[in-house]
Design a protein around this ligand. Sequence first.
Ligand SMILES: [Zn+2]
Length: 202
Amino acid sequence: MDQIATGKFIRELRKERGMTQQALADMLSISEKTVSKWETGKGLPEVGLMLPLCDALQITVNELLSGKRLDGATFRQQAEENVARLLQARQEAKKKLAVCIALCAVSLLAGVALVLTAGLAEMQTWARILLLCVALFVVGGQIAIICVIDREAGSFECPYCKARFVPTMKQFVLAPHTFTRRRLQCPHCGRTSYCRRRLDKS
Ligand SMILES: [Zn+2]
């Protein structure tokens, strides 16, 4: 999938139909900014928006992902390539999440081990303090890394408009959450709610 090619293609088709970015955005209940983001190749439409977008532009999802109109002969081959790429992106997101969980466990163990050593072993006060500082540093550093990986592993789905989005770092870190949900503000409809984690990247 070539984001830039897909973006140019969306713009081309929208203009062919005499629609403004706002008109297309209204049809999909999204913001004009999102349409502009797609057209400039800064993002691909979220999976949940692909069908409605293709309906609006009267193309197939396969053509959208390929960034061009396809005839019968190339259609099948492109379709297979596109499906393979989508699956690969999903697999990578899952792998990242697994790495994240492993890192989380390791940092917790390392932190506990360091704190126990500092508390129980015979040593000078300064050594104890140093060890506690190292423990804090290890756990803090790991949490920061985990946040970065975790935020990027997939996206969140708004329960109201079903839009998928990746929250900003600040939103992500500050959001109350459970294992599968995080309280976030949806950038599409603006409502704040517990959004479910999805492994598809947008
Ligand atoms: Zn929403």
